[in-house]
Design a protein around this ligand. Structure first.
Ligand code: PMP
Ligand code: GLN
Length: 384
């Protein structure tokens, strides 16, 4: 028997639920992926580059054109000027970026703080680096809908071993976002510590109700200690492309690249050229994403008006949390699987992202779907 390096890790909930949905023919609102295609112009650029010889290794850190386009976007949106040669690295989706960022700074015995519900790729990456994950639950307000960081608890949890704090706002799965005061509180708390910050901002362009995305990148004081990871998968309706990036000051990017160059070396070339072209020719594409997804959110929530679910429309991401306390007292993981098999609708339970199952009777539904799918899903949900 092999002595597993990750004895507690099984198959991810996304794979489990999507497979179950496929096997049972259920409507799949579990794993987060759009049911529609990337913009046509972007697809055409890929075709163009595939047929123009862009088919060999890209530079390790990413093609200069794409790194420049990412730096330009960062300057435009966050007001931060980053050096595209030394501070931007293209990686294989956010997943690889998060993995490399964690390996770059976490040493054996170091502690890393995450906020529950926490995206499931953080803890195994921390464990492989020899680190120890400390979970702080997000606080829930009295109505049971608003999630936020308990900053005092964070301050109380930091000790000499704390090496890294991972934040993820816009937050998957709750849709919580950072307010300006949150960044200030974070800066106050880490000011006299040696902690690094890893910010998972894959939903940076999907924030609703005219709220801004408060990137860590917008904070000058925090810059020297941050690594910010994002993904084009969410931004261009292309989760299967697995292209993302990491922005970090030069000394951290150097360490990040040492890992990245042996994790993947480089990322597929024609996609990089196509995304670079598209970012430059249509820099406004991501500006219409909030309206696009807000309409989907509102449509989906509206269809559930007559249902017995408790809900508050998500502040961000393409996920809606539904509270089923009026319908069932079953454990969320069991219920998600039962409803997939018996009711034909697949979702993601929240408890699998938590050390303590504080999240109770809540399931996550992906609304990045065409209206017909949302209507069919809502019909099933209203019948529960
Ligand atoms: N972080 C979060 C919070 C995510 O939701 C996802 C994917 N949905 C990722 C990271 C991974 O992104 P990618 O698919 O680009 O690897
Ligand atoms: N991040 C996606 C989600 O939250 C899933 C990614 C995956 O399947 N690894 O649904």
């Amino acid at each position: 028997m092999i002595s597993s390096k990750l004895p507690d890790v099984g198959t991810t909930i996304f794979t489990v639920m999507s497979q179950l949905a496929t096997d049972t023919g259920a409507i799949n609102l579990s794993q987060g992926f759009p049911s529609f295609d990337p913009p046509q112009e972007l697809l055409e650029r890929i075709n163009h580059h595939l047929n123009s010889g862009a088919n060999q290794y890209a530079p390790m850190a990413g093609i200069p054109l794409l790194r420049t386009a990412i730096a330009e976007k960062t300057r435009r949106l966050q007001g931060r000027t980053v050096d595209s040669d030394h501070e931007v690295t293209v990686c294989c989706g956010a997943t690889e970026g998060l993995f490399c960022a964690i390996q770059a700074v976490v040493r054996a015995g170091d502690e890393v703080i995450v906020f529950d519900p926490a995206y499931d790729s953080y803890e195994p990456a921390i464990a492989l680096a020899g680190g120890i994950t400390r979970h702080i639950p997000l606080s829930i307000d009295d109505d049971g809908f608003e999630f936020s960081v308990d900053w005092q608890q964070l301050a109380d949890s930091i000790n000499d071993k704390t090496r890294l704090i991972i934040v993820n706002f816009p937050h998957n799965p709750t849709g919580a976002i950072f307010e300006a005061a949150d960044l200030d509180r974070l800066a106050d708390i880490v000011r006299d510590t040696d902690c690094y910050l890893l910010s998972d901002e894959v939903y940076e362009h999907i924030v609703f109700d005219n709220a801004p995305h408060r990137s860590l990148l917008s904070n000058d004081e925090l810059w020297e200690r941050m690594m910010v990871v994002s993904s084009f998968g969410k931004t261009f309706h292309a989760t299967g492309w697995k292209i993302g990036y990491c922005i970090a000051p030069k000394y951290l990017s150097e360490e990040f690249r040492k890992i990245h160059q042996f994790a993947t070396f480089s990322i597929n070339t024609p996609m990089q050229f196509a995304i670079a072209d598209f970012l430059m020719s249509d820099p406004g594409f991501y500006e219409q994403l909030p309206a696009f997804y807000q309409e989907k959110r509102d449509y989906f929530c509206g269809l559930l008006n007559e249902s017995r679910f408790g809900l508050r429309p998500a502040h961000s991401t393409f996920f809606q949390i539904l509270n089923y306390s009026e319908i069932s007292s079953e454990v969320d993981l069991e219920l998600a699987q039962q409803w997939t098999r018996e009711k034909g609708i697949a979702s993601i339970p929240l408890s699998v992202f938590c050390e303590e199952p504080f999240t109770g009777t809540r399931l996550r539904f992906c609304f990045a779907k065409d209206n017909a799918t949302l209507e069919a899903a809502a019909e099933k949900l209203c019948a529960l």
